[in-house]
Design a protein around this ligand. Structure first.
Ligand code: ADP
Ligand code: MG
Length: 275
């Protein structure tokens, strides 16, 4: 569904004497329809640049980005591209425009010139999908961070895009808000959406089908979460730490292959209940 072919992109230099190193360098990867992919990487590794290259907010300096075969660097494709891919960003307060939740969710489909009767249905369905139906007429500023992000996700759902990109959309939330958003994302994936989840939380990346690890604008590892998290030196190089359960298990000598809390508990029980 999404193809990056040798993509490089550098932001313009502040002046002629400054040399800029590209934010993204020779990057190639594909995401298939229906896949749930997580992208990990420390600050400045190029993740948000990738997000903006996905829907043509930025165009590559070289290489190609294709969404369902549509080249994002061709201006005439952008309307079609944005009907197929939706974005949720980090700060919930920057994404909600309207004074009432349901008007905000309607904003996307209105821009796509969807007929009013259908907008009504889409808004109701989208709010139901993110568990926010009871807040349809609420004022967004009175919602929690997690609720606001779910409204932002509903806005994308109302556009009925096949793919959704979340750029650190849980980073500003408390643990409960993070969980609400993650539950929603997992639910959407089950219903067939293609998901690119950009995060620096390893526990979130664990839930994906596949993990891509960014470092200095390039991919330094990719594979199933288990394959990627087994490459501990690569993670260290990328400035990432293992999930807390894995670090604990390692420190307690329970094994190097433990990643989740459940696995950790099982290892402890196995080790200590037979004595
Ligand atoms: P991440 O999302 O992983 O933190 P970014 O894609 O935001 O990484 O940034 C990648 C690189 O591009 C960094 O070196 C960053 O400083 C630079 N960069 C990001 N946005 C801009 C911008 N608008 N102008 C100039 N440089 C930028
Ligand atoms: Mg970022």
């Amino acid at each position: 569904m999404l193809e990056f072919h040798n993509v490089s992109f550098a932001y313009p230099a502040l002046d002629e004497n400054t040399q800029v190193s590209p934010a993204v360098q020779n990057l190639s990867f594909n995401i298939a329809q229906g896949e749930f992919v997580a992208m990990l990487g420390h600050n400045g590794s190029g993740k948000s640049t990738v997000a903006k290259l996905c829907n043509g907010l930025l165009a590559p300096d070289s290489g190609q980005v294709l969404l369902n075969g549509l080249d994002t660097s061709i201006e005439d494709n952008l309307f079609d591209i944005r009907r197929q891919i939706g974005m949720v960003f980090q700060n919930p307060d920057n994404q909600i425009i309207a004074a009432i939740v349901e008007d905000d969710v309607a904003f996307g489909p209105e821009n796509l010139c969807v007929p009013p009767a259908e907008i009504r249905t889409r808004v109701d369905d989208a709010l139901a999908q993110v568990g926010m139906s009871d807040f349809a007429t609420a004022e967004p500023h009175k919602l929690s961070g997690g609720q606001k992000q779910r409204v932002a996700i509903a806005g994308v759902l109302a556009m009925q895009t096949q793919m959704i990109v979340l750029d650190e959309s849980t980073a500003m939330l408390d643990p409960r808000g993070r969980q609400e958003v993650m539950d929603t994302v997992i639910q959407l994936h089950r219903q067939g959406k293609t998901v690119l989840l950009i995060t620096h939380f390893m526990e979130e990346a664990m839930q994906a089908d596949r993990v891509l690890v960014m470092h200095n604008g390039s991919l330094i590892a990719q594979g199933s979460p288990r394959e990627v998290f087994a490459q501990r030196d690569v993670l260290l190089q990328a400035g990432l730490t293992l999930p807390a359960a894995a670090r604990f298990a390692q420190a307690a000598g329970l094994g190097d292959d433990i990643l989740t809390e459940d696995e950790c508990v099982n290892a402890i029980l196995t080790k200590y209940t037979n004595h």
